[in-house]
Every structure is written in C-alpha cells, then in structure tokens.
Design a protein around this ligand. Structure first.
Ligand code: AHR
Length: 499
C-alpha cells in the first residue's frame, strides 16, 4: 500500500472551468459523419437521418462544443459544396484521407445536428488551399441575418436564422508536412492575421483560434508558436495544441506517465504565449485551445490497407482498452489543473473515429474512454482548487520521475466537491488523505471507480460493459478529513456534498 496526501485551501483557486474544455470533434473522416451521427434510412435515425442512439450518448456527455468539419479534411474543403439542394452537391475526391466525400451531409445539416445535440459549433476555415475571401464568405453565410449575398443564399437554402457561430479555427495543423497547403510560420501567421482581421471586421464578437504545433515533437515546436503569434497576436484569442499518445512499446507504466508530458507541453505553450505578450508590450493574454487530444495508435496499421476512393471507410477506428481510459482520465485532470489558461479542448473525436462512441447498423456503445470523459464533463464544472499532490514517484524513460497519483479537486457550481484521481501504480493501492476541514459538514456522497484486472480489456458491440464504472470506492470523511483507498491502476471520482 502506498500513501499520498492532497493539500487544498479553498481560497487558493486555479480558476473557473470553462465548460468548453469538455468539447469534442466531428471531422468528415471515416464513419464519423456517415454511419456515425448521420445514417438516413436507418431505423435508429430520426426523419432527418440523425442517429438517435448516438445523439442520446452525446447528450449524456453534455458536450458543450464540437469542432467541425476538420481536421486535415478542412484544408482542401470547399464549404459551398456542402450546402444547397443535395442532388446538386458534388462528390469530391477527399485528399486528406483518400476517400470520396459525397457532401450529402454538410454545414446546415451539422448545425441542425448540433442544435439537437445541445452543443455549439467550433467551425474551422480552410487556410490550406483557400484564404481570406472564402473565410469571409463562409462567415457571412453562417452569421449574417439577411440582406447580403451569402446570408440570403443561406436563407434560399431554407435556413432563415443565422447559425451565429462564435468560435472559429483559422485552419488546421498548418505546420504539418501531411497538411494540404502547409505553410511556414511566417506565411501562416500573416494569413491568419489577415483572415482573422477581415472576419472580425464582419463579426467583432467572434473568437479566433490560431494553429499551434501539430504535436509537441514537431521539429518546429516553439519556434512555430513564437513566429505565428508575432504576426497575429492582436487578432487571435487562442492558440491551438494537438497531442495524441500511444503505447506501441506496450509499456503501461511509461504510457500512463504521459500526463506529465502533457502538463509540460501546456506550461511551455503558456510560456511561449506570455513571452510574445511581453515582446509586444500587450495587455492581452492568449489562451489555449487544446482542440485535438486523445490516445491514437490501435488502428494505424490497419488503416494503411484501406482501399482508396471509397465512401466512409472504416478509418481510425481505434478500439480503446482499459489503460487508454486511465490516460484519458489523467489528461482531463491535467487540463483541469491548467484551467486558468486552457479554455477550450476537444476530445478527438466523438463517434467511430478515435472516439468514445462506436456504432454499427444495430446500435451504439460506449468505449472505455467514454467514462472518464463523461464523469469529468458532468461533474467537473466550477472552480478548480489548487491541488497539491504529495505522492510517491516512479522513474520513467521519457518523463523523468512522475507521481503515481494524478489528482484535481473542483468546487462545483452547486457547492459540492468533485475529486478526480488516477492511481497509476500497477502494483499497489494508494491510501489518500486530505484535510478538508474548511468544508465543514461535507460528507462523501459517492466514490465511482473505473478499474479492471486486465489493462487491455475492451468494450465491444458483443460485450459493451466489460469496462464499466462501479460505485464501490472506499472513502470516508471523518472530522473534516477525507480518507480514501485508490485501487491499483484505477480512475476515481469522489463526490462530496453537504446535506
Ligand atoms: O483527428 C485526426 C487527425 O489528426 C486530424 O484530422 C488532424 O488534424 C490530426 O492530425
């Protein structure tokens, strides 16, 4: 048994949680749209063709914002192809993922879906093959009420009310050699500045996200952020971060240490933003949009064999296991611990494509990673308390000495407390203690645990509940002192309330 302590003072707060950190992502890729959120003709769909079972799971997650339509897809996308009468929409070779995009589902259908799913849209513009003019036209189509060419075009498409999209990504991963229309930081920074300037001329209330590095390991990481922000600091509000982790080495302890890498990555991007703020003598802060994050590697070999130019092939269909759920839980904890600067984050993605939700023609089910995402989204809103973790450490190859325990406490909007904690130890339970006498009268309401003996256990269509949460954690509050047992390799949520 290992021992760990948390030190908390209710007056020491990291900041308010921006609910948009529980966002997700739908790209025109694989079966995310076709066969994922949209399947006309299916008995599981509504009359507009939206999968009702998927919608229900998305609503349960309370996803506040969904990034759309890409991803790499956006860098070659003509949004005009995706609106208007369906029979006139062109099918295109989709060059990011080598599939056929029929455009049967487009911008207005997505806006309908978002409304039904009770979520907002985070829209990406194409800065790969297009630029200022097209971004401006798209914004006019989406957000202007009427009386101009593109707003009236939308109305002629049967959409009277503007979509009123507040959050816009200026391109996607423009540093990536794989990206269509890749740019140098100077080229991209200038384009982002001019595009953003024109977009804000039309709709000053919108918020803009500039592309940061595609991964921490990009050779240009750091230089990219500085050079891009140098050009567009005044215009943009956020810089993006993307990161996917893998366990190719099949080394679970090393894999679970990646929350330390993520923590360091966030701190470094904060420093890069603040260094630019200093250089520009600006009073404005740039915050972070971690708009792609997840585990991604299980499907990569299989994806190499996919036939080109088919419609909605099974692509990036990672089947997640129990250890992936632990890391996803840790990544959420890490972002909450940076709630003062991480204001937006998108679990990439939402359905079928590296996703918490999977579908077949017969139904939808929850992957293992659904659960930490669900609980953190639903119970992790409020103010993050500075959570000092006093935990034994273990030594890793890539991340130095890392704590066995990742944890964060949130004082929720309804006055309750949520503690999210992952015990990464593969051998030992952890006895956790925390002095919470400032929260007089609080008691443990429940302690949810996600654990499994087999780190590789998966949820499948046939066995959807192999990895599922249980309300059987051992924790108690005595005289204002919380004590809990966090089982070896487990994700935990401890909820504390006052009667
Ligand atoms: O989410 C899958 C892909 O990962 C996205 O299209 C791209 O932005 C990233 O490389």
């Amino acid at each position: 048994m290992k021992q760990a302590k948390l030190h908390i003072d209710r007056h020491f707060q990291v900041g308010e949680v921006d609910k948009r950190i529980f966002g997700s992502f739908i790209e025109h890729l694989g079966r995310a749209v076709y066969g994922g959120i949209y399947q006309p003709g299916s008995p599981l769909s509504d009359k507009e063709g939206m999968r009702k079972d998927v919608m229900e799971l998305v609503r349960q997650l309370q996803v506040p914002v969904v990034r759309y339509p890409g991803g790499n897809f956006v860098s070659c996308f003509h949004w005009e192809d995706s609106v208007g009468p369906k029979e006139l929409r062109p099918a295109r070779p989709e060059l990011a993922w080598f599939a056929i995009e029929t455009n049967e589902f487009g911008l207005n259908e997505f806006a309908d879906w978002a409304k039904k799913a009770e979520t907002e849209i985070m829209m990406a513009v194409n800065l790969g093959t297009r630029g200022v003019d097209d971004a401006k036209n798209l914004l006019e189509y989406c957000n202007l009420p009427k009386g101009t060419y593109y707003s009236d075009l939308r109305r002629s498409h049967g959409v009277e009310q503007p979509h009123d999209i507040k959050l816009w990504c200026l391109g996607n991963e423009m540093d990536g050699p794989w990206e269509i229309g890749r740019k140098t930081p100077y080229e991209y920074g200038r384009l982002a500045a001019e595009t953003g300037r024109v977009m804000k001329m039309m709709c000053p209330e919108i918020e803009l996200v500039a592309c940061g590095s595609s991964l921490w390991t990009m050779p240009t990481f750091g230089v990219w952020e500085s050079d891009v922000l140098k050009e567009c600091y005044d215009v943009v509000d956020y810089i993006s971060m993307h990161q996917y982790y893998d366990n190719y080495d099949n080394d679970t302890a090393e894999f679970l240490a990646n929350s330390t890498a993520m923590d360091r990555f966030i701190s470094q991007v904060v420093s890069l933003c603040d260094a630019e703020q200093a250089k520009q003598r600006s009073s404005k802060k740039i915050n972070l949009s971690f708009d792609e994050w997840n585990v991604w590697y299980h499907s990569k070999e299989a994806d190499k064999k996919i036939e080109r130019w088919t419609k909605a092939p099974r692509q990036l269909e990672d089947i997640y296991n129990f250890e992936d759920a632990l890391l996803v839980g840790e990544m959420l904890i890490t972002m909450l611990r940076h709630a003062d600067r991480v204001k937006i984050a998108c679990l990439a993605q939402l359905v079928n494509v590296i996703a918490p939700i999977m579908t077949s023609d017969k139904g939808a089910w929850r992957q293992t990673i659904y659960y930490p995402y669900y609980y953190t989204s639903v119970y992790g809103r409020g103010r993050v308390l500075q959570t000092l973790v006093d935990s034994p450490l273990y030594t890793t190859k890539n991340n130095g000495d890392v704590p066995y325990l990742d944890a964060v406490m949130v004082e929720c909007d309804d006055g309750s407390l949520s503690l999210f904690a992952v015990n990464k130890s593969l051998e030992d339970d952890i006895t956790l203690s925390c002095d919470l006498r400032q929260y007089e009268g609080f008691r443990v309401e429940r302690h949810i645990v996600l654990d499994h003996d087999d780190m590789k256990a998966e949820n499948t269509e046939e066995h959807p509940d192999t990895v599922a949460p249980k309300s059987n954690g051992a924790s108690s509050m005595e005289n204002g002192h919380l004590s809990a047992v966090l089982k070896k390799h487990s994700w935990n949520m401890i909820r504390m309330t006052i009667d």
